[in-house]
Design a protein around this ligand. Structure first.
Ligand code: CMC
Length: 436
């Protein structure tokens, strides 16, 4: 961050003295006005519910240009990462700032691999849940519970603890997601197998049984790995900001990541992939492609409360680049499985086409986001719909931990404490109950 040549002057129609505010430039993207001294200078706060104009931190991890439809992790375009790297390369990049060389890759992959097993006691903890519990309820509990199992890596102010907890979280998330699935399906847990890749191992823990050997399919493993890469980080979104705010109190990394999992669950965020697939099922059930017009009409009616799930984004006001890659993967997976004529995929393509030609979506710059096609891919792979958001949480864990570690190691970091515009009752006295 460097001081820009310009300064911002804030003046008041009331005649109060104006104030000069420093303006900073990043490497790319909009400049920011530093308002940290505003309250001390004017006695006023800024007001920005939903953080529409607020940069809450300084970060060098991920950059999004919403108008161009560009997503960069540490400067590398998502298209290059999705086609030339695997998920563990992406994890290394997000955590340490550079892609690994061959030796670093071998060491990092090995380090993650040898931490995939979870404490055996975790399965007894899991047994406390109802079998029909939503996987995100289970994941919020399991991730939070990690802090009760790994006491030796809970000091967020200790860089070594931060490093070990990062590796543990990345390594154990697939094991926990697969355990949550196996528990709901009433099948035995499958232990990790260290000879497999990160994603191949996850697929085996999900779909293998003790009865016969499971051979991961390369196309499906690559598709799942791409889902992980595309979801790995997305700068200061709701769950990442939750992790930062939660971690800013000095709580342990497992607790902070559990807060991120809880936030991600909502349908406006990570829960959108589940909601998008349920929406497609619903349209299909009610008449399919012929009923798209009727559905779009409902979406445009503000009173209906219906949204086109998997469409729209706070930052992307052009096509979400992840959606393009996901659509490509969708075609590959359906081709591999002989499902080219999958009715939901056809419905999704038709719905996208109609929406993109409609004035309502065009004028509001609403385009498909990553979740529009990711549900179709996951369903084809065999992932149950209710597990989609847990898979997103698995992938986003590295982004959360990279952002948390960046915040804690920043010498300027402070506990997060927003202020408010209070419009409640002014001071008053309690009356005796008979007079209220
Ligand atoms: N369907 C219909 N109308 C929409 C949609 C949609 N999916 N998204 C936005 N709009 C309308 C909205 O009603 C508003 O209209 P108007 O100006 O007439 O009031 C306008 O577009 C601007 O929307 P907004 O709600 O102010 O935009 P936002 O930046 O606050 O919300 C969003 C972004 C992602 C929450 C929203 O687009 C949405 O709810 N989309 C559906 C859920 C979804 O797919 N979420 C996944 C996001 S990507 C994965 C992730 O990062 O978690």
């Amino acid at each position: 961050m460097k001081l820009a040549d310009t300064k911002a002057t804030l003046s008041f129609s009331s005649g109060s003295p104006s104030v000069e505010l420093p303006v900073y430039s990043g490497t790319v993207g909009p400049q920011v006005i530093d308002i940290r001294k505003l309250y001390a200078q004017t006695g006023m706060f800024t007001y920005d519910p939903g953080f529409l104009s607020t940069a809450a931190c300084q970060s060098s991890i991920t950059y999004i240009d919403g108008d161009k439809g560009e997503l960069l992790y540490r400067g590398y375009p998502i298209e290059q990462l999705a086609t030339q790297c695997d998920f563990l390369d992406t994890c290394y990049l997000l955590l340490y700032g550079e892609l690994p060389n061959a030796e670093q890759k071998q060491k990092f992959d090995r380090n993650v691999t040898i931490h995939t097993m979870v404490n055996e006691q975790m399965q007894f903890f899991l047994r406390g849940f109802r079998r029909d519990a939503h996987p995100m309820a289970v994941m919020t509990g399991l991730v939070g519970a990690l802090s009760a199992f790994y006491h030796d890596s809970t000091d967020i102010n200790n860089p070594e603890h931060r490093e070990i907890s990062a590796i543990r979280l990345i390594a154990k998330m697939p094991t926990l997601v697969a355990m949550a699935y196996k528990y709901s399906a009433g099948q035995p847990y499958i232990y990790p197998k260290n000879s497999l890749s990160y994603t191949g191992n996850f697929m085996r823990m999900m779909f293998g049984t003790p009865c016969e050997e499971y051979e991961p399919n390369d196309v499906l493993v690559r598709a799942m790995d791409r889902i992980f890469i595309l979801h790995a980080d997305h700068e200061q979104n709701a769950s990442t900001s939750t992790v930062r705010l939660c971690g800013s109190s000095g709580t342990n990394p497992f607790a902070a990541i559990a807060a991120g999992v809880a936030c991600l669950w909502g349908p406006a965020h990570g829960g959108a992939n589940e909601a998008a697939l349920n929406m497609l099922h619903e349209i299909q059930k009610n008449g399919g492609v012929d009923k798209i017009g009727e559905f779009i009409k409902q979406v445009k009616d503000k009173n209906s409360g219906i949204k086109l799930m998997g469409f729209g984004h706070r930052v992307y006001k052009n096509y979400d680049p992840r959606a393009k890659l996901m659509q490509e993967t969708c075609k590959e997976v359906l081709g591999e499985l002989g499902l080219e004529n999958d009715p939901l995929f056809k419905l999704a393509m038709a719905l996208e086409k109609i929406a993109l030609e409609d004035e309502y979506f065009v004028s509001r710059k609403l385009y498909p986001n990553v979740d529009f096609y990711s549900g179709i891919v996951q369903r084809a792979i065999g992932i149950p719909v209710s597990l989609f958001t847990a898979i997103f949480a698995l992938a986003r864990t590295v982004g959360w931990i990279a952002q948390l570690n960046e915040m804690i190691s920043d010498p300027e970091y402070k506990i997060g404490r927003p202020r408010q515009l209070y419009d409640g009752a002014t001071r008053r006295d309690i009356k005796p109950i008979a007079q209220r």
